[in-house]
Structure formats: structure tokens, C-alpha cells
Design a protein around this ligand. Sequence first.
Ligand SMILES: [Zn+2]
Length: 362
Amino acid sequence: MTKSQGNGARNSNRHYCTSCTSVTRREALGGGAALGIAATFFGLGRNAAAQSKPHRIDVHHHISPPTWLDAVKSLKKDNPPMVNWSVQKSIEDMEKGGVATAITSPTTPQVTGLDKATAARVAREANEYAKRLQTDHPGRFGTFAMLPLPHIDESLKEIAYAFDTLKVDGIGCMTSYGDKWLGYAEFEPVWEELNRRKATVYTHPTGANCCVNLVRGIDEAYIEYGTDTVRSIFSVIFSGTAQKYKDINWIWSHGGGALTAFAERFLVQAVSRPPYKDKFTREIVDGEIRRFYYDTAQIANPVTLSALVQLVPISQIVYGTDFPYRHAADHTKGCTDFFKADDLSKIDRENALRLFPRLSAA
Ligand SMILES: [Zn+2]
């Protein structure tokens, strides 16, 4: 199959979700579990997978280190799930969803909005807390270190400490910082260093300056997180950052946010117009989209997963939950109902093991 046949044809020989024809639209979008509707459409045998020995690796699991939580409260950016988080709640939720290991990160706004010195201190203390959590519960946690971005020198220091001293599993950063997205030249020293270390960079959406409280009554999480994610993906690809730093393993949250809806604009429109026309081809952009990783948090429904598997290979999809904003059991059910068994084992664990080989022994 040639690339010119398009994404729609790419996986046309696959057939997912054999039960989807009898699933109502509300259930297809995740309403069944959330609204307490009996899951009579789904086979009990498949759901048994959730009760087997925990083996999943959750790349999207939020914790609230005390120093960081105090800092977020000082910014008045706290919310009940982050305030009420506890280690015990994490472990209980992991057990219910069959999660063996959660790679942790504080959620948005991380340290955005703090002054440079405070951001560096809070990131350091939060990273040390996450590492202690990992040590205190062998095999159950991993760490995506937080960086005091957009402060470059302080972030480079934290990268060195996080990898050389704490031995973290990767970096967790925001999709944007104020009015800067990840492909902006200001961030290049950070990507250069992370590329040298062949690092995994997990990204999490946030509300950029342009778009906070944009529409009255709409929480940023509902729409803005998905669009900020796709802005950042565009920025990383069309700045040339992704091509230049090939050894970074990018993970985009929530299946890449709105990427599945906008990919055609990347692949057809952007590559045929200035200023990208002479620098990028459809094949180049498609190659980057297909090498990134995408987590399943907030998208474990047949509608969005159907689109994602048409756009990227199964090898690039990793299990994520967004705990404590969502629950592992919901995502385990959503993924288990949708994917074939051999694909599911890749998404639940095997794909993530390529990023975190130390967990192979767990
Ligand atoms: Zn999240």
C-alpha cells in the first residue's frame, strides 16, 4: 500500500470492535460506564481481563506531591481531585483496573505561573517525592520528572539531576507554556539534551494564555486540552523539532487530543502551502505522526479509538487513565472491549516496555 492511498485505507483490512454494531452512540462515547448503564453488550469473558493479575502500565497517572500542591494552591489552580489525592487511592484504583505500574506526573499547571526560583525548587522537591514513592512501592510506580519550564537553564539542571541522580523514567511537561508551544526555538536546548539522553517525553495539555476562560461556562479540560495538544504536535513537527531530535520518544496525552480530526490538514493542506511546502512532504509529516506515542486516557471509546488506529500503528498506542480525574477500571473496560487480544497486550504493556525496559523484570 502506498502512502498516497491515504490514512483511511491504511488499516482497512482490520476489523475492530465486533460488538460495536449493537452499541448505542452514547455507549460508544463512553457513556455506559460513566452513567451506570448496564454493560450488557459487552462479553463477560473480555471483562475478566480486568480482574487478572495486574499487568498494565499506566503512563497517565497524576499524583500531588505536597510541596507542589501547596504551590498550586497559592496560584488558586487547585481542584478537588488533586487536593484529595493519596497514595492509597492511587493503589486502590490501580488494583481495580489491573494496573501493575503507574508512571506518575503532576497535572496541569505543573509549575507554570511560579517565579523561576520557586518553579525550580518545587519541581525538584516534587521529583524527589515521586522517586520516594517509586522506592517505597517497588514495581508499582515510575516517574516522569517535572521541569521548571519555560526556564531553560533551570530545566537543564533538573534534567541532569532527574536522570543522573533520581534515574527517572522520562520527563513530563506541558503542551505549552503561556504563549509558547513546544516547537518554539526557545525550548531547543532542552530537546537537544533530552535527545542526547534518548529520553521519553510525556506531554500533558494545559490552557494556553490565548484560551483560558475563552468561552463562558466551558472548562478548559473539555475542549481546550484537546486543541492545545494538537497545536503542540503541529509545532513540534513543523518547526522541524521532531525530525531533528529523532531519539526523543514523545507521548501525547488523550490520543493526541484533536489530532485525529485535524491530521488531514497537516498531511494535505499544510504541506502544500508556504512556508512548509518546500520543507515538508506528506510522507515526512506522516512518518512523524506515526512514530509518536499516544495514550488512551479519556479516549477509551470505540469512536475515538477507531480514528486513532486508522492514523497510527498499534505499536504507538499506550495505556493511560488520567487518574484521579478518571478511573483505571473505565479505561481497562473501554480498551478491553475494543481491541483484539493480541493488540490489547501491546497497548496494555508491551509497547510501554519499549519505553521503560526496566519494568520488563517486574
Ligand atoms: Zn491528565
